[in-house]
Design a protein around this ligand. Structure first.
Ligand code: HEC
Length: 146
């Protein structure tokens, strides 16, 4: 399956999609072409969200700086941008374009986009900066997180 063990951790040394018969059809009895298509649909959707997340705030920050906005006024939006970027990088580093856990990848990218939108609001409404809050990262009271 193109797997290698490094320090006890099993790694793919090449994409398992290059050998669907061996890597996937032990469990999935769908035809190879259908399996590949399902993976590609998931990855296209996640890639679209990833692109939205990536472009959401950075250009506005560049434009605001180019227009001469002071560092102090840019600070809140930059903070949102760093938080948004951290979440985006997390999904990127996982390296399956969402395939391993599509719902979780979409959740994280949704939070990233939310932070970027808050950053845009911070740029446009310098008098009333919204509070820094990331939806979903804090459990509702009474919910125990393992
Ligand atoms: C050890 C068994 C196993 C192997 C090996 C495996 N899968 Fe899966 N796969 C699962 C299970 C279990 C699910 C979850 C099924 C569910 O939620 O209905 C799943 C879900 C999926 C789904 C989502 C189904 C959908 O809704 O379209 C896709 C696509 C998929 N696998 C593709 C692959 C591919 C491609 C490979 C090879 C790289 C692979 N799987 C290898 C067990 C496996």
């Amino acid at each position: 399956m193109g797997l290698r063990s490094v320090a006890g951790i099993i790694l793919h040394v090449r994409s398992p999609l290059l050998n669907i018969n061996h890597a996937c059809q032990t469990c999935h009895k769908w035809p190879e072409s259908e399996l590949k298509e399902r993976v590609e649909i998931i990855q296209q959707r996640i890639f679209g969200l990833r692109n939205l997340a990536m472009d959401a705030l950075i250009d506005d920050l560049k434009a605001a700086r180019a227009a001469g906005m002071a560092d102090a006024d840019l600070a809140a939006a930059r903070d949102f941008q760093r938080r948004a970027q951290f979440l985006l990088d997390f999904v990127e580093a996982e390296n399956s374009t969402g395939f391993h856990a599509p719902q979780e990848a979409a959740r994280i990218l949704g939070e990233s986009i939310d932070l970027s939108r808050r950053g845009q609001v911070a740029l446009r409404d310098l008098k009333g900066k919204p509070a820094v809050r990331s939806a979903g990262t804090e459990p509702p009271s009474g919910v125990r997180v393992p």
